[in-house]
Structure formats: structure tokens, C-alpha cells
Design a protein around this ligand. Structure first.
Ligand code: GLC
Length: 424
């Protein structure tokens, strides 16, 4: 197991006793490394380590949520005490919850109640709060304000409009000498991120959420097929063929280097795109994702990350204290300003310094609080199978291996078997 734990940074004072005279311990926390995640996690953990006289090992994990889950499952299945605090995805409480302690027994109710109720509920499995909300996410549309202005365009309200504007600007810019210009970049690699993007396309067309809240499998419908057909038409046209292998950071790389008009991504891309060394600093707009036609709706998938304490931790009390610190309003504010990670505490959306750093946190408040959930609660432990079947079916359509209606029909059959007839 130790071989997984490379890239470890030992933070904090090398003490054996804490200031209060208690035995100092080393707490290991797994963090993501997308955008500024790792740096912010290390800074936050270091502050806690220094304040308490303990040490923290920050363990960097794969960027892909799909790969990270596989790693966590391996560590937890071995009942390993190697990681005390796990950064877990909003879709994992049902899959991993049985390995975590009930934080409601350690953290006072008032502190828990500061966080969005829907996320606390999401993280509650069989009456146990298996993880504390850390940051929330919703898919948003990034655009180049300078390019839209140059071509006399408004941000698109429908995907069809986005397609046309992207094509026009891509062609215009290429004719003007930037032959690398692309209309639209997003996440179309076969992994959890594609589940998010594709669910947004489908939901925006009114095609449902793959599996409805009552457990019925709804994915095989005409609106979902129309959404996927439109998305497939982008590949090799306004998006590069390579998008079929893009995750968040690949999309951000292209957009941030100045070579894309539009990008679908999570809020974190804002801070990096506006950093002093970014070629597009000050030229970025952020808005809701477009509707699937005039009768469609604006939507954004709910993402976000939580902190959970392992049942196998040998220092659970200290691990909880680290979680308490990292999820606190002060730390969430620091992360919002520095990295555009959305707080899970409603009050922080009124904070002037946060709104100055990331104005769209205020403008898109409704998008963040009404984001559409992936069907992880109803499918429970089977969510990962559902998502894998879904992103593979979508990937087949985007790469031209299958047409949308046949792919969705086959997917329906697979999900029917996975759920034993929708009983989950
Ligand atoms: C973001 C979201 C997370 C999602 C992942 C997919 O990290 O916060 O919920 O699963 O992207 O790539």
C-alpha cells in the first residue's frame, strides 16, 4: 500500500509533543491536484499543523475522479490506516460511506448547520454524516469577452447558438492567422467528467437525469438522443478530435493559452485564467451553460468535494480536528479568493472580498444552489457502474462508433441489468 503514497509532503513542526503537552501525531490527508487544489490543501494543512504542533502528510491523488475512486476503494478495502482524511467526491458517500466515521458525533450541530443543507443531506448515509462539505461545484460556461466583442456577439443562450458563434469566430480567427483557434473545449474523455458534461447537455434538452429519483431508467429518450447528436457534431468541427481525451485540465490548458472561444469547466478555472501570467487574464466571462433550444433550460451539474475520516484511522480525533479546520468559514474564504473554490457555506456568498475576487459566485448563486445532481443517491453503491456505462455509451456516440438512439437503447438494457429491473 505504501507504494501509492508517493508525492508525500510532510508539513508542520517536527515535534514529538504538542504545545499542550499531548503526544504529537502525523495525520495523512489525500487531496486532489486539479488547478490549485494541492497547493491550497497543503497551505491549509500546514496552518493546522503549526497551530496544533502535529504533522500532516498531504497525499496527491489522480486528477481523474474515476481513477481516484479506484485508488480509494483499494486502500479502504484493505482497512488501511495509511490515510486518515479522504477528500471525496459528492457522488461517493453511498459508495464509500461505510468506511467513514459519523462526523455528527464529533462536530457540533451549529457548525454543521452553516453548510448547505442539500450537501449535508447528500453526505448523510443511514443517519451518519460520513463527510463534511468542503467545496461545491457546478458546470459553467467560460467565454472570451474580447472575441465576442470583436465579432459583435452576445454570450449564447442555446447550444445551437453556441455552435454557430463558435464556428464563426473559429473560422474568422483562423483566417486572421491563428490556425490553432478552436470554438469550444470541454471534457469528453471516457471518465466521470464526461458523465457531468453529457448529463448537462441532456438535462438542458429536457432529457432527464439518466435514472429518475424513483429509480426508473429514463435515459433512452429522444431529447437525450438529440442532445448527444448535437454534441457529436462538435467533434472535429468546433472542437478538436483530441477532445475525446480531454479532462478538466486539458480543456483549461487550451482555453488559457488563448486558443478557444468557449470552454465548459468548473469554477476553479477562473482563478488560474485570471492569474497574472495567464495570456487571457481580464478577458474571461462566465455564465450559465446554454439551454437545449428555446424550450430547453439552463443547467449545471452538481459537483464538489467533501472531507471524510477513515474508520481505520489511528488518530481519528485529530483527523476530525483537521477536517474542522479545513472546512471552516475562514479556510473556505481563503480557498474561494485564491483558487475560486466555491464555499459550501451560504453566508460566504455575501462576503465582499470573495465577491470581488469571483463576482460570478454572486451572479450565478442560483446555478450553484440549484445544480442538477447525478443519480448517485438513488443508485447508491452501484453509481459508479451506472456512470461508467453512461460515459462509455456517450463516448461511443461522440467518437462516431455508434449513433445516439442505438447507444442509448443499449445503455438502457445494461442499466436494467445492473439495477435488476430498476430496483437498485
Ligand atoms: C469535479 C467535480 C466532481 C466531478 C469531477 C468530474 O471535480 O467537483 O464532482 O466528479 O469534476 O471530473
Amino acid at each position: 500500500m505504501r507504494s501509492w503514497l508517493n508525492g508525500v509532503a510532510l508539513l508542520g513542526a517536527a515535534l514529538t509533543m504538542t504545545a499542550s503537552g499531548a503526544q504529537a501525531a502525523t495525520i495523512a490527508i489525500s487531496c486532489g491536484a486539479v488547478g490549485l487544489e494541492l497547493q491550497l490543501c497543503q497551505e491549509g494543512a500546514k496552518a493546522w499543523a503549526e497551530a496544533t504542533g502535529n504533522q500532516v502528510n498531504v497525499i496527491s491523488t489522480p486528477n481523474s475522479a474515476t481513477e481516484r475512486l479506484a485508488l480509494y476503494q483499494q486502500i479502504l478495502a484493505a482497512n488501511s490506516a495509511d490515510i486518515d482524511v479522504f477528500q471525496i467526491d459528492v457522488i461517493w458517500p453511498g459508495i464509500l460511506g461505510s468506511h467513514f466515521i459519523d462526523l455528527a458525533e464529533h462536530i457540533d450541530q451549529e457548525t454543521i448547520d452553516q453548510h448547505f443543507e442539500a450537501i449535508v443531506e447528500n453526505n448523510t448515509i443511514d443517519d451518519a454524516l460520513v463527510a463534511m462539505p468542503w467545496f461545491t461545484d457546478a458546470g459553467v460556461l467560460y467565454y472570451r469577452t474580447d472575441l465576442l466583442e470583436k465579432y459583435g456577439k452576445e454570450p449564447p443562450t442555446t447550444w445551437q447558438e453556441l455552435t454557430e458563434i463558435a464556428r464563426e469566430i473559429q473560422e474568422g480567427e483562423r483566417a486572421d492567422g491563428n490556425d490553432r483557434m478552436l470554438g469550444f473545449v470541454f471534457q469528453a474523455k471516457a471518465y466521470e467528467g464526461l458523465t457531468c458534461d453529457a448529463l448537462e447537455w441532456i438535462d438542458s434538452f429536457g432529457g432527464g437525469q439518466i435514472v429518475a429519483e424513483d429509480g426508473s431508467i429514463t435515459i433512452n429518450n429522444e431529447k437525450a438522443a438529440a442532445a448527444l447528436e448535437l454534441a457529436a457534431s462538435w467533434v472535429g468541427e468546433i472542437a478538436p478530435e483530441g477532445v475525446l481525451n480531454y479532462a478538466e485540465e486539458e480543456s483549461r490548458g487550451v482555453f488559457q493559452s488563448g486558443n478557444a472561444v468557449f470552454m465548459r469547466n468548473w469554477p476553479y478555472a477562473w482563478a488560474l485564467g485570471n492569474a497574472p501570467d495567464s495570456p487571457i487574464a481580464g478577458k474571461i466571462g462566465v455564465g450559465q451553460l446554454p439551454k437545449g433550444g428555446e424550450d430547453g433550460k439552463h443547467t449545471g451539474v452538481l459537483g464538489g468535494w467533501q472531507l471524510a475520516v477513515s474508520k481505520y484511522s489511528e488518530n481519528a480525533e485529530l483527523a476530525v480536528d483537521l477536517v474542522r479546520h479545513l472546512t471552516s468559514p475562514e479556510e473556505q474564504k481563503r480557498r474561494a479568493i485564491k483558487g475560486a473554490y466555491n464555499p459550501t457555506i451560504a453566508a460566504l456568498y455575501q462576503d465582499e472580498e470573495i465577491l470581488e475576487a469571483t463576482p460570478f459566485f454572486g451572479e450565478l448563486y442560483e446555478t450553484f444552489t440549484n445544480a442538477v445532481a447525478r443519480p448517485s443517491r438513488v443508485t447508491g453503491e452501484k453509481y459508479n457502474q451506472v456512470s461508467s456505462e453512461f460515459f462509455n455509451a456517450v463516448h461511443a456516440v461522440l467518437s462516431g462508433k455508434s449513433d445516439a438512439p442505438s447507444s442509448l437503447e443499449a445503455l438502457e438494457g445494461k442499466l436494467d441489468r445492473v439495477s435488476r429491473g430498476g430496483r437498485w
